[in-house]
Design a protein around this ligand. Sequence first.
Ligand SMILES: *[C@@H]1O[C@H](CO)[C@@H](O)[C@H](O)[C@H]1NC(C)=O
Ligand SMILES: *[C@@H]1O[C@H](CO)[C@@H](O)[C@H](O)[C@H]1NC(C)=O
Ligand SMILES: *[C@@H]1O[C@H](CO)[C@@H](O)[C@H](O)[C@H]1NC(C)=O
Ligand SMILES: *[C@@H]1O[C@H](CO)[C@@H](O)[C@H](O)[C@H]1NC(C)=O
Length: 421
Amino acid sequence: MSTGKPPQTAYFSSSLPLCSLQGSLLTLAVLTLFSLTYFSLNSLRSPLPSSSATTQVSVAKLVRDDHKAAKDGVEEDGLYDIYHSPEVFRLNYAEMERKFKVYIYPDGDPNTFYQTPRKLTGKYASEGYFFQNIRESRFRTEDPDQAHLFFIPISCHKMRGKGTSYENMTIIVQNYVQMLISKYPYWNRTLGADHFFVTCHDVGVRATEGLPLLVKNSMRVVCSPSYDVGFIPHKDVALPQVLQPFALPAGGNDLENRTTLGFWAGHRNSKIRVILARVWENDTELDISNNRINRAMGPLLYQKRFYRTKFCICPGGSQVNSARITDSIHYGCVPVILSNYYDLPFNDILDWHKFAVVLKENDVYQLKQILKDIPDADFVTLHKNLVKVQRHYQWNSPPIKFDAFHMVMYELWLRHHVIKY
Ligand SMILES: *[C@@H]1O[C@H](CO)[C@@H](O)[C@H](O)[C@H]1NC(C)=O
Ligand SMILES: *[C@@H]1O[C@H](CO)[C@@H](O)[C@H](O)[C@H]1NC(C)=O
Ligand SMILES: *[C@@H]1O[C@H](CO)[C@@H](O)[C@H](O)[C@H]1NC(C)=O
Ligand SMILES: *[C@@H]1O[C@H](CO)[C@@H](O)[C@H](O)[C@H]1NC(C)=O
């Protein structure tokens, strides 16, 4: 029934190839029996009170719509491989698309801190995309009574761009939030549990440190999801850091070109990067350079290496997060996370072990052997799955189904289920 076809179709077509006269007669008899049963069941149902019949129909329709929505997305060509709970994601995502509403506080000087950024480029572009996407999305409501969540639209990245000092930023954020608390009744209902703010630049995390009420109870959507900035995984949301725009198109179906085992080039601005460079800089199989690749050496050389490599090493820098992870995803190079604690973006929805290699910092000494021990077949699977997750780490304007914006919204939607007032 759920397929929308009458049950006898399947029976009929499967018995047809064996066609003989008896066979056909038997089939006809069974068909008749089916039809009779079907119609008599239907006629049994019809005397039900009409109101409850309508309810049944509309519930059935909703379920069917969910299935249809899923067909457009999650179910297609075995995408099931990459989710922890594909069925839950499928249904809950569809429900989110139908119902989720967010109220954006309208206050703040439109010429200064609170509006959509002018350009969607650079290391912290995820913050700008979110601001722009939520304003142009179906999730926005002008009616706070319809809202599941409240967005505090303060962009620390933008303030930073205007040269505001950290001290002043903290004061500005503090005054702004206090103003919202005294002006509107919404904060006090939950002490901010149904409120969230979004910041990719770590100045956003620093600027809000002086506001324990904001940090402890509301949801922080941040690019730096690590313990040292007080990230709380089940409350806060890891925002993927994506350097925008990508210089070259996405990778995929290009295994024959991936001949280098591992690659990393960058600044040695953290302990793990110093060790990585020291241990592997002269290795013949791991391509590790302890300096950024110079532009003078050729156009887009750095990006082109991602196309030629199987595993791209992603050690944390000054923060645990790095745009290198989403670069790797985009270019189809399996990311190797080298971190003792990193709540990877969309970790609770996507199974990172299906498309990445997640290691502890101490594994750096065995890095080459660990990567060489991964059988070819497993690497091919990792790479194929990586291509499947690409769309979840892409920003678009306007946003499109299942992209980074929708994944962040889905994370918020998951969290709204536990808020009570
Ligand atoms: C910080 O705020 C003070 C007082 O409003 C102002 O005089 C000063 O210029 C600000 N400094 C920065 C770097 O924003
Ligand atoms: C919310 O609570 C705070 C602290 O009790 C209070 O100062 C503020 O006026 C309240 N806000 C509203 C809108 O009532
Ligand atoms: C492999 O690399 C070559 C040379 O750069 C390029 O022309 C070709 O398109 C690549 N193959 C795939 C499948 O990307
Ligand atoms: C790598 O090679 C350089 C230049 O020959 C040398 O100075 C350096 O000590 C080598 N590093 C390691 C880890 O062997």
